[in-house]
Design a protein around this ligand. Structure first.
Ligand code: HEM
Length: 134
């Protein structure tokens, strides 16, 4: 017999718990609005149009948190440290990146435990991306 668990008893991914694609797209959209205005970060992005970078980042985060694996179908294994190697990520770039992310995350208005979990990941990941002294 096929037992279907009642609503609420099924495991939900973090992606689903925070509202799925829409939430991640809002986060990344707001983040890139900050990047677009940032005199240190904006010149690091090679493309004139930030749209494709925004799309890659949104798909990566969605996949990381349990959503569809569209990122890897398009881009392969993330290998983020390697992909950031062409860009000099020093402590100033790290701080600027996190500053825009903090604004974007605050505006999502997530439940405190979700917000804390996402922020912990983002701060850890940002620190691990530093590849240049100074
Ligand atoms: C610490 C400061 C950081 C700086 C200055 C930075 C900067 C950049 C730049 C300039 C690009 C290239 C834009 C593009 O054409 O896609 C990029 C790509 C990307 N970044 Fe970062 N980044 C930082 C941290 C992070 C972190 C913490 C994550 C993940 C949580 C991340 C995820 C990505 C992804 C997924 C891409 C696209 C990779 C691909 O080519 O598929 N970045 N980043």
């Amino acid at each position: 017999m096929n037992e279907i668990p009642p609503d609420g008893l099924q495991e939900q991914t973090f992606y689903e718990q925070v509202g799925g694609e829409e939430t991640f797209r809002r986060l990344v959209r707001r983040f890139y609005q900050g990047v677009a205005e940032d005199p240190l970060l904006r010149p690091m992005y090679p493309e004139e149009d930030l749209g494709p970078a925004e799309e890659r980042f949104a798909l990566f985060l969605m996949q990381y948190w349990g959503g569809p694996n569209t990122y890897s179908r398009h881009r392969g294994h993330p290998r983020l440290r390697m992909r950031h190697a062409p860009f000099p990520v020093d402590s100033a770039a790290h701080d600027a990146w996190l500053k825009h992310m903090r604004v974007a995350l605050d505006e999502l208005g997530l439940a405190p435990e979700h917000e804390a979990q996402l922020w912990k990941y983002l701060t850890y990941a940002a620190a691990s991306m530093i590849n240049t002294a100074g």
